[in-house]
Design a protein around this ligand. Structure first.
Ligand code: NAD
Ligand code: ZN
Length: 363
């Protein structure tokens, strides 16, 4: 499968299929990535032992000079210190303005490697080879970043890749929690845009959890398509792109309280989307918005309530920290039907607190 992220001159394709890693060199050639200048492949410590040698070998067989850098797996690699190390690696390997940085991995490596590509020599080419389901989200839209101790993703840029090569075979080794966590954003793309895709996710959840390649390919294709449609209308996040934050205000607050290891991003967003659906009911959405949201997320193996030990006040405090909070009301993405959301700017703090309490009671 193939789709295009339509951004005028910065448009790029996403290729999704089995065994694409084996054909990597021909995709690089097709996209005019020259083989005179070296490439730097960045992977993390879980992905490198599985797929790095393969990718290097295929590219070298295609006439490319490659260097590689392996960073420790996990969010903490998205740091300025790591950016500095990687720029050092790029210099050592002799990367020049015509070189490309290749991100082989999940969203962490995609964001980090993308930011290296955006900043090295004021920006060089960038290719994404995603290996997680969640990375379908980060591979569309061009947001690249590292974290600062005081805030996630606060140092970054918009830097679009030349193309995205999604080899479904690499997903076979994903740990089950990462499978579910990635599906959370897939379902989110249905909930904001496409009711029939939500139905499809519900009907095919078991196959997705079993990593059936055809089902995964379709889910990633649809998820990327929705994100691409939203992003191409609003590349720099002036308006419409805000709907992609469904479930994220509550989710980020849960993540902040949980610490990043206890709760995965997609898990926190799942609980956040249940909270948003509850909010939808208060704005008059049909009951189905809530029941169906809950059903499809549960079928994907995701949590749909807040574990008992979470402190509601701590979550509220984390949410108030959020920039979207203004004088007793908050801005929220609220589902009004399955496949449809609206931005409400008058959500009261009291309502939110009641909803977080309800989320906990369901546990
Ligand atoms: P990740 O990159 O840390 O991957 C999750 C885990 O899976 C890691 O331990 C990784 O080593 C491992 N892994 C990756 N591929 C594997 C494979 N094929 N087999 C076995 N193990 C594998 O995290 P993620 O969930 O992919 O992405 C989360 C990151 O994405 C966050 O930093 C988030 O900020 C970012 N993100 C960015 C955007 C964006 O628009 N730029 C959007 C969403 C998320
Ligand atoms: Zn997210």
């Amino acid at each position: 499968r193939e789709l295009t992220v339509d951004l005028g001159e910065r448009s790029y394709p996403i290729y999704i299929g089995q065994g694409l890693l084996d054909q990597a060199a021909s995709y690089f050639q097709k996209h005019n990535i020259g083989n005179k200048s070296p490439l730097l492949i960045i992977a993390d410590s879980n992905v490198a032992p599985r797929y790095l040698a393969k990718l290097e070998q295929v590219l070298q067989a295609g006439g490319y000079k490659t260097a590689s850098a392996v960073v420790p797996a996990g969010e903490s690699s998205k740091s300025l210190a790591m950016l500095g190390d990687l720029v050092g690696k790029a210099l050592d390997a002799g990367l020049d303005r015509k070189s490309a940085i290749v991100a082989l991995g999940g969203g962490v490596v995609g964001d980090l490697a993308g930011f290296v590509a955006a900043s090295y020599m004021r920006g060089i080419k960038f290719v994404q080879v995603p290996t997680t389901i969640l990375a379908h989200d980060s591979s569309v839209g061009g947001k690249v970043a590292v974290n600062h101790p005081q805030a996630k993703n606060i140092i970054g840029a918009f830097h679009q890749p030349e193309f995205v090569l999604y080899d479904l075979n690499t997903l076979q080794t994903l740990p089950p929690r990462d499978v579910s966590s990635g599906l959370s954003e897939v379902v989110k793309h249905g909930l904001i845009w496409d009711a029939s895709f939500v139905d499809w996710c519900e009907a095919n959840a078991e196959k997705l959890l079993a990593l059936d390649p055809d089902s995964l390919g379709y889910a990633l294709y649809k998820g990327c398509s929705v994100k691409a449609a939203v992003v191409s209308e609003d590349e720099k996040e002036m308006g419409l792109r805000a709907i992609l934050n469904l479930g994220h205000t509550i989710g980020h607050a849960i993540e902040a309280v949980a610490g990043y290891n206890e709760m995965q991003h997609g898990e926190a967003i799942s609980i956040g989307m249940i909270g948003s659906a509850k909010l939808g009911l208060r704005y008059g959405a049909p009951e189905e918005v809530y029941t169906k949201t809950k059903r499809v997320l549960a079928k994907c193996g995701l949590p749909v309530s807040l574990p008992k030990h979470y402190d509601v006040d701590a979550i509220m405090a984390a949410m108030m920290h959020d920039k979207k909070f203004k004088e007793g009301t908050m801005v929220f993405v609220v589902p009004t039907a399955i496949g449809k959301v609206e931005i409400k700017s008058d959500v009261s703090v009291e309502w939110m607190k009641e909803i977080v309490e309800e989320l906990k009671l369901e546990a």
